[in-house]
Design a protein around this ligand. Structure first.
Ligand code: GAF
Length: 395
């Protein structure tokens, strides 16, 4: 029971009380530092980030909290409250599971400047494996907490890039920057327009009349074991073919538009053609949705979300029957503007944009129908747009 911040603090206090206590100096003189970082949904812009494309994520009001205090040695002693597990990490250790994220972030941060040893306690209410980017939230909260106990600071975008490198190099997911930038740079009450090529971000206020529902299918996805890295490679192979056939210097699929794709369609393997078509049309949908959201045209945002789902299902093939059912169920629910799968896919969650006045009714209707329509472990909850990573007390 309790919020992630309360649980992280209590867990850290309990960690100090056991036999393997931290140094007396750090225990007696240092109040805990607490960092929180949010999960996210992505309203539009799926699988565009590693193709230098556009996204429109929104951080949710569910967080990973990390309570920390310095140690006098260089160990990281980390207690995961939700898993009831403790890991003790020396600087060169290479653990598996959740501790891999902690070790990878510490390793990347150490490349610039030293970070001190620390006791860390982690607690979260971001569901794991649900496509809500719990791992980026963990990375950002750990990173912010480690910097703080080491007397260091980094701009949020630099911390996001460090955590992105940690995920790629330390954990082995060939992801783009979407999740780490969302957990770092989203602002309260807003979606975030993110250009993954320039790395420019701009908040787009969501407006009072909009609610957001998450429909967690209960089908867990695991990016490292899914077809995610296959999609990254298919895009890279398609880009090589297009460069050769068009004899053009293309930096990424961001440089490909519909005309270029159509002109060189015959050179592409049909599967690769569909992958590129998704990326090209998805960037167009993000532009459309971003402008429509800024103009308060929620019907248009919803249409872009529904079209995005079709494209992710048919051209990119990263959906699954439960996600399709969740989107279908949401789309037929009164008050829903649109819905799509969010995150890497192959399981996880769908996100729906809903008229705020109809939010409670829509949530109930979807929750009632979800066990039969989506799956026995489906869960439905409303969320509010939240700010990115921060130290508690500095909000
Ligand atoms: C996962 C990845 F980690 C992101 O980088 C992004 O590609 C997303 O899937 C799909 O848009 O969350």
């Amino acid at each position: 029971a309790g919020t992630p911040v309360e649980r992280a603090k209590a867990t850290l206090a309990a960690l100090g009380a056991d036999g393997d206590a931290p140094s007396r100096r750090s225990r007696s003189t240092t109040a805990p530092t607490v960092a929180v970082a949010p999960g996210r949904v992505n309203l539009v812009g799926g699988h565009t980030d590693y193709n230098d494309g556009l996204c429109l994520p929104m951080a949710v009001d569910r967080h990973v909290a990390v309570a920390a205090r310095p140690r006098s040695d260089d160990l990281l002693r980390v207690r995961a409250a939700d898993f009831d597990e403790t890991a003790e990490l020396a600087p060169d250790d290479d653990p598996k599971g959740w501790a891999a994220y902690v070790a990878a972030v510490a390793r990347v941060l150490r490349e610039e400047d030293p970070i001190g040893g620390a006791d860390l306690a982690i607690a979260s209410d971001v569901p794991t494996g649900a496509g809500l980017s719990s791992s980026a939230a963990l990375e950002l909260a750990v990173g912010r907490a480690l910097l703080a106990v080491s007397g260091r600071d980094l701009p949020a975008a630099d911390l996001a890039l460090a955590c992105w490198r940690a995920e790629r190099e330390g954990v082995g997911v060939e992801c783009g920057i979407l999740d780490q930038f969302s957990a770092a740079l989203c602002e309260a009450d807003s979606a975030l327009s993110l250009d993954c090529r320039s790395r420019e971000t701009e908040p787009v206020p969501l407006g009072d009349g909009v609610g957001v529902l998450v429909i967690d299918t209960g089908v867990s996805h695991e990016l490292t074991e899914s077809g995610y890295n296959d999609r990254v490679r298919e895009c890279a192979a398609a880009l090589d073919t297009l460069r050769e056939d068009a004899d053009r210097d293309l930096d990424s699929l961001r440089d490909v538009d519909r005309d270029l794709l159509d002109a060189h369609a015959d050179a592409l393997d049909p599967v690769h053609f569909r992958r590129v078509r998704h990326v090209v049309t998805e960037n167009e949908r993000v532009r459309r949705a971003r402008d429509a959201l800024a103009a308060g045209d929620l019907d248009r945002v919803g249409d872009a979300m529904l079209a995005a789902h079709d494209s992710l299902r048919d051209d990119y093939e990263v959906s699954c029957p439960e996600l399709d059912a969740a989107v279908e169920l949401a789309a037929e629910t009164p008050g829903v503007y649109g819905a799509r799968m969010t995150g890497g896919g192959f399981g996880g969650s769908a996100v729906a944009l809903v008229d705020d006045d109809a939010l409670d009714r829509a949530e109930r209707a979807i929750r009632d129908a979800a066990p039969e329509r989506v799956g026995p472990d489906a869960d439905v909850f409303a969320c509010r747009p939240s700010a990115g990573v921060r130290l508690v007390g500095e909000e």
